[in-house]
Write a protein that binds this ligand. Structure first.
Ligand code: NIG
Ligand code: FE
Length: 408
């Protein structure tokens, strides 16, 4: 038998494959992983290699016992935006609430002003520097939402910037159209007209331009009603796009159940989700995306119903929600720590939340685990055990990242 000729082989590694069945973390001690082109060609115990390492691959690397995980996936961000909102942070620390600031015309609307006023190049440059930070911590796929433009032109501008980030940097960008994020000032008092415009003009134009992979909405007292969210999701379906929802973050409007009814990929936030919402998500296979950064930064006290998700078998993902208002978070590793400390996820659950379950929250089945045939996206870590990725507060043990078979 002639040995396979893989492009690269990493030896002397410990693999957290994140395969759900078997050992914790799907771990393989004394493992080996190989790539052919942009795919994983081998993953398993070193002793299962079909021949001597040098006979198997063109390049062989000894990793000295490093841990390898799938490339991390941040499945909920608002990474593209103009300006910042540090002053609102100061106001909140003096006692103003997130809702009060939003109702007074600040909040999302202030970022809308800054985003509308910024050129595509300026938006790109600021988002690129944030993206580099997160990529340095092993992120190989990131979702980016629009929602700070709120006109067809400005939403398209944001989504073009997101697409360009994916084209120019070695990372996969998935985009979500979030036109129903806030009411733009020019529609004050005419919310139903705005929703109609989102459904009949913005969404079809954006779908036709191929700028969005999914549609999101903010179903909340300071956002859009369940009926308006239904309308947006119906329009998404008409235009062939998957849906996901900012659900039950500040109050229980039945967002989780609504998302499930529409077969949503995910419902996100979920602090106020009821038992009915959990059951509906379990039935529909909708992923619960937990956003501990927003919980922390808004000094929220209502924890999402983690134990109910667990018992019902709802897959849980963890994401940064990176945005200037509720979660200025550039570290997905810190989100892992917060998911464990604030939400009581086990480190293995948290890590599944930024790999296997995050892939599912984006409707992607070609990543999020280490398995033959999947995208060769993985990260090498200088840690003694996978739980260390959830343990440190700050710092970055990421040694290197391989994306589509290429070390970046
Ligand atoms: O996911 N909740 C709505 N959207 C964002 C916050 C956006 C903002 O405050 O700018 C979130 O928390
Ligand atoms: Fe969000």
């Amino acid at each position: 038998m002639t040995a396979p000729r893989w492009d690269r082989l990493w030896l002397n590694v410990r693999l957290a494959t994140m395969e759900p069945d078997g050992a914790a973390y799907g771990a393989i001690e004394d493992g080996a992983i190989a790539t052919s082109g942009d795919r994983i060609a081998f993953v398993g115990p070193r002793q299962d290699l079909p021949a001597a390492p040098e006979a198997c691959a063109v390049v062989v690397t000894d990793c000295g016992g490093a841990w390898i995980t799938p490339g991390l996936i941040d499945c909920h961000t608002h990474l593209v935006f103009g300006g910042e909102r540090a002053h609102e942070f100061e106001l909140r620390l003096e006692g103003a609430s997130y809702e009060e600031i939003a109702r007074a015309g600040g909040g999302i609307r202030s970022t809308v002003n800054a985003t509308r006023g910024a050129s595509e190049d300026v938006l790109f440059a600021s988002a690129r520097s944030r993206l580099r930070e997160t990529m340095a911590q092993g992120v190989t796929t990131i979702e980016i939402k629009s929602g700070y433009g709120l006109s067809t032109e400005a939403e398209m501008k944001m989504l073009r910037v997101a697409r360009r980030l994916g084209a120019e940097l070695p990372v996969d960008v998935r985009t979500s159209f979030l036109g129903a994020h806030a009411l733009p000032p020019e529609y004050e008092g005419r919310q139903s007209d705005y929703v109609k415009m989102v459904c009949d003009e913005m969404l079809p134009a954006i779908a036709k331009a191929g700028l969005a992979d999914a549609v999101d909405a903010f179903c909340e007292n300071i956002g859009f009603t369940p009926a308006e969210t239904d309308a947006v999701f119906d329009a998404a379906r008409r235009n062939g796009l998957a849906v996901k929802l900012h659900a039950d973050q500040l109050s229980d409007l039945g967002g989780a159940a609504l998302a499930a009814r529409h077969g949503a990929l995910s419902a996100d936030h979920l602090e106020h989700t009821s038992q009915d919402g959990v059951a509906a998500m379990a039935k529909a296979g909708t992923v619960a995306v937990l956003l501990p950064g927003a919980f922390y930064f808004l000094r929220d006290t209502k924890v999402p119903p983690i134990e109910a998700f667990r018992r019902a078998g709802v897959p849980m993902a963890v994401a940064s929600d990176c945005n200037p208002g509720s979660s200025p978070a550039l570290s997905l590793l810190l989100m892992l720590n917060m998911a464990c400390t604030l939400f009581r996820l086990r480190p293995e659950e948290a890590l599944a939340g930024v790999t296997r379950n995050a892939a599912r929250a984006l409707g992607l089945n070609d990543r999020g685990r280490l398995a033959v045939g999947l995208n060769a996206d993985f990260a090498l870590w200088d840690v003694g055990r996978p739980a260390e990725l959830c343990y440190w507060i700050g710092g970055n043990p990421c040694r290197s990242v391989v994306r589509r078979g290429i070390e970046r």
